[in-house]
Design a protein around this ligand. Structure first.
Ligand code: ATP
Ligand code: MG
Length: 493
């Protein structure tokens, strides 16, 4: 509180001086007025917290001043100064709003006690006022926050379901009823299972609460509603670690899924449509090559060879596109059969040799002594290994080598493809399994490709519970290792 301002109104100078002296050590601002009129004037001009007021004065007396203060300066506390004979008047004055009275003659101590009490009262009132204002402000803040939350909650497109730790619904937003196609009414206060007839949701909420972690699920149409829903359930955990309940959001991803499907269907369709005409073109080139007249054969052959290579590239791209889109859509049915690892590699090495010899690249195959087999889809695995081997030949300059070897360790068979090619820099290495990623540089400028090969290899390897690893040093070579669980090992006699 600021400095207390005190005004003494009394027509007797001794009293004015006496009161002022008594209060001198209190640190107040003290002013004096010798009449009621002057007192009113000063209050009007300067404002006072406490007025010590003589009742008996010529002109406007104490009662007149008191009445004026009551009307014009209600916060000012009035202490009446009165002669002994007029105590009853002092009482009347208090009834009219004076805070206290001091009888004449008075001791300085008594004046101080009464004035101190008035100061306390003023301070308490100021404090009470401050608290009242604070409360009003915080109530407003709470109300604003509540209405803000309510608005956000109500306008959300996603469904929100809030439960207590026993999976009883305690709150939900309007979107929940729409998206989850809930028929029961009311939902609040009932177990989740009463409104949503799907074990998956109940399990998800139970899991989030018991394991204290976020659980995410997708629900296909027909599971909960006619929509494709993606849900995330988070446990609500108190500062002390107790689970207070759960908040689950459901997002309608039907359109997204539909677009994905359309995209995959489109790619599959285009790839399929391209495949058959290209295959016949390849056949026709071959026929042309054979029919070419002997003397023209040299010139023709070069052209024919180039046509064959480009056509094969295209056919491989289409094969990869088709396989990838199938793998992505989850429609691939793997035909798993125990397959000999060494046989599949030998076959690919044989097939690739002519292409490698064209670049004077030597392919060495060093199988481990044990014969082993793994449970795989032959066509998919063959395409994957083929991609690795043809990359090695493609990205290794004339005269290089490709060493293929195998080993067994910890229930896995490792196929190692080590080439002496152009290598891959660290920054590119992070991305080579990304779809359509190709290293751009001097060494790769004239090598054609689509950047799909390795992403397909990774999908296939992982679909067979295998791993793929790559190590590379620019200008020295690259080593790809594919590891698969083995099902049978035959140790040489
Ligand atoms: P595609 O296989 O679809 O015809 P691509 O060979 O360019 O095209 P990926 O097989 O996915 O695509 O390989 C991605 C990139 O990784 C290649 O463009 C190449 O830059 C690099 N790369 C792959 N294998 C090797 C390797 N053995 N040596 C050096 N770089 C390689
Ligand atoms: Mg490739």
């Amino acid at each position: 509180m600021e400095t207390v301002r005190v005004l003494i109104i009394d027509d007797e100078k001794v009293i004015r001086e006496g009161v002022a002296r008594a209060l001198a050590d209190r640190g107040f601002v003290i002013a004096k007025a010798e009449s009621g009129e002057r007192g009113i004037e000063m209050i009007e001009e300067q404002g006072f917290d406490i007025v010590l007021l003589d009742l008996m004065m010529p002109g406007i007396d104490g009662f007149g001043v008191l009445e004026w203060i009551g009307k014009n300066s209600p916060r000012t506390e009035v202490i009446v100064i009165t002669g002994f004979a007029t105590v009853s008047k002092a009482v009347t004055a208090m009834k009219q709003g004076a805070f206290d009275f001091v009888g004449k003659p008075f001791t300085p101590d008594y004046i101080r006690i009464v004035v101190d009490r008035a100061v306390d009262k003023i301070r308490l009132e100021a404090e009470a006022e401050r608290l009242r204002e604070e409360r009003i402000l915080s109530m407003e803040a709470i109300q604003n926050e509540q209405s803000l939350l309510k608005t956000v909650f109500g306008c959300m497109v996603e469904a929100v379901l809030i439960t207590n730790p026993s999976s009883v619904v305690v709150h939900h937003n309007p979107a929940a009823i729409k998206i989850l196609e809930i028929q029961t009414d009311p939902v609040v206060g009932k177990p989740l299972a009463a409104s949503i007839k799907n074990d998956g949701v109940v399990q998800m909420v139970g899991e989030a609460i018991s394991k204290k972690m976020v659980v995410s699920r997708e629900f296909v149409p027909g599971n909960i509603s006619r929509r494709y829903l993606r849900a995330h359930c988070s446990p609500v955990i108190s500062g002390g670690g107790t689970v207070l309940g759960s908040v689950t959001t459901f997002e309608d991803v039907s359109t997204q899924k539909q677009i994905d499907r359309m995209k995959s269907d489109f790619v599959a369709m285009v790839a399929h449509e391209l495949k058959s005409p290209l295959a016949s073109i390849e056949q026709m080139i071959y026929a042309l090559q054979i029919n070419c007249k002997f003397e023209e054969a040299n010139a023709c052959n070069k052209l024919h060879n180039r046509m064959t290579v480009r056509t094969r590239d295209l056919l491989r791209l289409i094969e990869n596109l088709l396989n990838l889109s199938k793998l992505e859509s989850g429609t691939v049915v793997f035909n798993l059969e125990p397959t000999s690892g060494h046989e599949i590699i030998r076959d690919i090495v044989e097939v690739t040799k002519p292409q490698a010899e064209g670049k004077n690249i030597t392919i060495n195959f060093n199988p481990c002594p044990e014969e082993w087999s793994f449970n795989v889809d032959y066509d998919h695995i063959r395409t994957a290994i083929m991609n690795i081997v043809s990359n090695a030949v493609k990205y290794t300059p004339e005269g290089g080598t490709l060493d293929v070897s195998t080993s067994l360790s910890g229930g896995f068979a490792n196929m190692v493809f080590k080439d002496s090619g152009i290598g891959i820099g660290t920054d590119d290495l992070k991305h080579i399994f990304d779809r359509f990623y190709r290293v751009k540089g001097k060494a790769t400028r004239h090598i054609t490709g689509s950047g799909l090969g390795l992403s397909l290899v990774k999908e296939v390897v992982e679909a067979h519970q295998g791993y793929i690893d790559v190590q590379s040093v620019p200008d020295q070579g690259t080593t790809f290792t594919l590891s698969f669980p083995v099902v049978e090992v035959k140790t040489p006699a």
